[in-house]
Design a protein around this ligand. Structure first.
Ligand code: HEC
Length: 125
């Protein structure tokens, strides 16, 4: 027993850093403001200047992320808008899944991708 207690404490200590590197919504927001805001809008409602122009031109416009209702089921698991789907749409572009080419592929490293997705999720009201 006396040997078990320290190992449990060590496990607890080890789990702290992994929580700290979990997706960072603030960092995701910063990326979003840099790369996505022109179409998706500051609050993710799809009302950025380019997003509005697309809607006005009758093209598929960005979703309202505050509703959290997604369109693409990129891995055909019957559930649109899973993390894997959002990742696929962002990294491969919507055209790859029959959507608007204006949602062009965006290259993000795994950390930035996870952070941006966390930010999108945080917008849901
Ligand atoms: C030039 C405009 C533009 C930019 C920039 C842009 N998007 Fe999009 N995005 C769109 C459009 C338009 C759609 C809808 C495509 C469709 O429905 O055919 C879309 C769709 C999406 C979807 C799919 C949602 C669903 O319903 O399945 C996600 C996720 C997304 N964008 C994330 C991002 C992220 C993250 C960035 C920045 C890294 C970004 N977009 C940059 C225009 C843009």
């Amino acid at each position: 027993m006396s040997r078990l207690v320290p190992s449990i404490l060590m496990l607890a200590a080890l789990s702290i850093p992994s929580a700290a590197i979990a997706a960072d919504v603030a960092a995701g927001k910063a990326k979003f403001m840099e790369l996505c805001v022109s179409c998706h809008g500051e609050g993710g409602k799809g009302d950025g200047p380019t997003g509005k122009a697309l809607a006005a031109a009758g093209q598929p416009a960005p979703r309202d992320f505050t509703v959290g209702d997604f369109k693409f089921d990129t891995d055909k698991d019957g559930k649109p808008g899973t993390d894997a789907d959002l990742k696929n749409v962002v990294s491969k572009g919507a055209l790859a899944f029959g959507g608007n080419a204006m949602m062009a592929p965006v290259v993000l490293n795994d950390t930035d991708m996870a952070n941006v997705i966390a930010f999108i999720r945080s917008l849901k009201k």
